[in-house]
Structure formats: structure tokens, C-alpha cells
Write a protein that binds this ligand. Structure first.
Ligand SMILES: [Zn+2]
Length: 390
């Protein structure tokens, strides 16, 4: 029987670099396991001693402590790490920091999902970045524990959104908490009025003085059946987004072939919601700041259809256009890149419409589907009950 190993781009058994990376991860990992074996000191003294022993800074030492904790708390992750050593200590530390925000009873399920996401689906897939994985973990925690992230109000009865201006020592202190939509609007408005060399304070002043207000259109992606909303550059959040001025269904754009070169707004938004950010390996420019690239160029017969389009930031669009990198895409949106070293790299889409998400289709987790069903059953029963009374 012939078996073909599926591996991440940094684990190619034929590449000498892969072995160096795995060896480095293994020795780094084992060093911390050995160093933090001794449990007789208080944590503060231990950190100082570890800094002395390793010559590393506090952050690096804390990463080591976190990674050792992860090996204890997340047995599946430990097994994965001990098999191939795909992860650096800093990466494992980032995972543990994200997981630690959940109730301990959820850790087993999170461990399972993390390992699933850290298992390559196609050869040469570029492994998810620690930052993106931490974002997914936060989303999973919110799915599994609806109470998560609902912070108690600052003071009893205080509104969830607030903006205060306090004057003290000749300065005005502005402090606020606003929903992600408005926060994104504000940040974007400031970025539009900010010129070279301006501080945020200058930009805010210019924005407030401006007679012509900046108009910003913000796309928010919300599943039809309820669940977390998603915004490019912000990620998943559970703020109520009912105030949309326009609602567009994006599902109909999955296979529609359009006639023109320029994709319609709906198709462009579909591609942005699938990709999440720029598709070049390692790039995280948010999709709404990307251009929509025809993977097979329009001039060479490439169609204007979701499976021939991808999000690329200006810089990486240029690198593709000038021929330094070539791209190919398959039906589930996986893009294979070939660069100057002639080795393939595969990036998977990271947005909420990505067809391959570890926890099922966007917005259709079993939980949200069952909850929606129970709500309908209950509403129907109530209606019947009220009819009977009337
Ligand atoms: Zn890019």
C-alpha cells in the first residue's frame, strides 16, 4: 500500500530546512520542560532564575511557562507536538493564552478543535498563524459558552456604550467604549483625514472641524440563522448588528459567472468574506483593504467568478502581476502559490464564508441550528396556545 503523507509547507520531509525547524522546536520545547520541572520555588523567583539561566527576557520566559502548561492541560496538542514538532514555543504559548480565557470544562473540546485545525488537509498547506488561531479559539469559546465576553457593565446600570470627557490638570481625558462597528468607522474616518506626520489627536481635530463629513460604508457579515458577526480587520464579535441600512444575500454569488471584468459589489463582498485577508502566505492585510485579483487573468480568458478571484493587498498583487509569484485556486478556495524557489505553498481561506471551516459551515453549527429550531417550535406552540385562549 502506498501512503502519501500530507504535511504543512514547513514540514516537507524532503526539505533540509524542515528538519532544522523541527529540531529547533523540539530542543526549545524540551529545554522548557526540563527547566520548569522543579516546582519548589515561588513563581516570581522562578522567573528571575529562568531569565538568569537562559539569558532571555520576561516575555520569552513566560512563553516557556505557558508552553509547559499547555503540554499538561492539552493532551492532544502535546501528542501532535511530540510527533512532528510543528510548533515553536511562542506559538504554543499563544494557544495557551487564548485557551486560558475559557472555563476549564471547555478545554478538552478546544484541544480537539485546535489539533484538527493544526492538521494539514492538503500537502504544502501553509500553517495557520498563531494570531489567526487565537482568533478562532475566541470564536469557539463564544460558541461553546454564550456567556463568554459579556462583561459586566462598568458600574451597575451604566450603558454598555459610553464616552466620557474628564478635565484634569489642564488636560481633557477622553475615555470610551463603543461597539465594533462604530469603532471601526471612527478608526477609518481618522485614517482618511490623517495626513503625513499628523498624530491621531490632529486627525480627530481635523475630523471634528470638517464641514464635509466622511462617509464610510462598512460591510458586516452576519449568518442568516443567528450566530457571531464578522468584520474584516476586526474578526468575530457578538454585538447586535440589526441597524444595517442595507442587507445583501451573499450566498447567491458562490458560482455565478459575471460578464464584466470588474466583479459586482455582491461578488466582491462574497470573495472578501471567503478570504478574510490577503491570500499571499503570511500576509494579514484585511480583505476590505485588498484588491480583487483574477487568478487566471481576464485577458487570458479568466472568468469573473468566485473560484477565479482572490483578495490580494496592493503589494502582493504587484508581486503576482510582475510574475514573481504564480497562483492557482481550487473549488474550495485553496490557493497554491509558486514563488522564485519553485516550491508550492497552499493558503486556505480564513473568512466566515470559507467552505472548509473546522466547525462546519458558517452559521450552521449544530448548536445554533438546534437553538433556532427550538425557538421556532416554541413560537409555534405559543401561537397555538394564544389562539386557543382567544
Ligand atoms: Zn498581502
Amino acid at each position: 500500500m502506498i501512503t502519501v503523507d500530507v504535511f504543512f509547507s514547513h514540514q516537507d520531509p524532503a526539505s533540509p530546512v524542515s528538519h532544522v525547524i523541527a529540531d529547533r522546536n523540539m530542543s526549545e520545547h524540551q529545554m522548557w520542560l526540563t527547566l520548569i520541572d522543579d516546582d519548589t520555588h515561588d513563581a516570581d523567583s522562578l522567573i528571575v532564575e529562568l531569565m538568569r539561566l537562559t539569558g532571555m527576557n520576561r516575555t520569552e520566559v513566560n512563553n516557556g511557562l505557558n508552553a509547559v502548561a499547555a503540554m499538561d492541560k492539552l493532551p492532544r496538542l502535546r501528542a501532535l507536538q511530540e510527533k512532528h514538532y510543528p510548533l515553536s514555543v511562542a506559538f504554543v504559548s499563544r494557544i495557551m493564552t487564548a485557551v486560558a480565557r475559557a472555563e476549564e470544562e471547555l478545554w478538552e473540546e478546544l484541544d480537539r478543535r485546535i489539533v484538527e485545525r493544526l492538521t494539514p488537509r492538503v500537502a504544502n498547506e501553509v500553517m495557520i498563524q498563531a494570531h489567526d488561531l487565537a482568533g478562532l479559539i475566541t470564536r469557539w469559546i463564544k460558541e461553546l459558552d454564550p456567556a463568554f465576553g459579556k462583561e459586566p457593565a462598568v458600574e451597575p446600570g451604566a450603558p454598555q456604550e459610553y464616552l466620557t470627557v474628564r478635565f484634569e490638570n489642564g488636560m481633557a481625558h477622553i475615555r470610551g467604549r463603543i461597539n465594533p462597528t462604530d469603532g471601526h468607522h471612527l478608526a477609518e474616518a481618522l485614517s482618511k483625514v490623517r495626513e503625513e506626520g499628523m498624530t491621531n489627536v490632529d486627525a480627530l481635530r481635523a475630523f471634528l472641524d470638517s464641514e464635509a463629513p466622511v462617509k464610510i460604508i462598512q460591510n458586516i457579515y452576519t449568518p442568516q440563522n443567528g450566530g457571531l458577526s464578522w468584520m474584516p480587520g476586526v474578526g468575530y464579535f457578538d454585538w447586535d448588528c440589526q441597524g444595517a441600512s442595507r442587507v445583501v444575500d451573499l450566498d447567491c454569488h458562490a458560482n455565478a459567472v459575471e460578464k464584466g471584468y470588474r466583479p459586482s459589489e455582491g461578488l466582491a463582498n462574497h470573495v472578501r468574506a471567503r478570504d478574510g485577508h490577503c491570500r499571499m502566505p503570511g500576509c494579514r492585510v484585511p480583505a476590505d483593504q485588498c484588491q480583487i485579483d483574477h487568478i487566471i487573468p481576464w485577458g487570458q480568458g479568466g472568468l469573473t467568478v468566485a473560484w477565479n478571484l482572490q483578495c490580494l493587498c496592493q503589494h502582493h498583487h504587484n508581486m503576482k502581476t510582475d510574475g514573481r509569484f504564480q497562483a492557482d485556486i481550487n473549488a474550495v478556495g485553496e490557493v497554491t502559490w509558486i514563488g522564485p524557489m519553485n516550491q508550492p505553498m497552499v493558503t486556505t481561506p480564513m473568512g466566515p464564508l470559507a467552505p472548509v471551516m473546522p466547525t462546519g459551515t458558517w452559521g450552521q453549527t449544530l448548536r445554533s441550528r438546534m437553538e433556532a429550531r427550538f425557538k421556532r417550535i416554541r413560537a409555534a406552540a405559543l401561537e397555538k396556545f394564544n389562539e386557543g385562549r382567544g
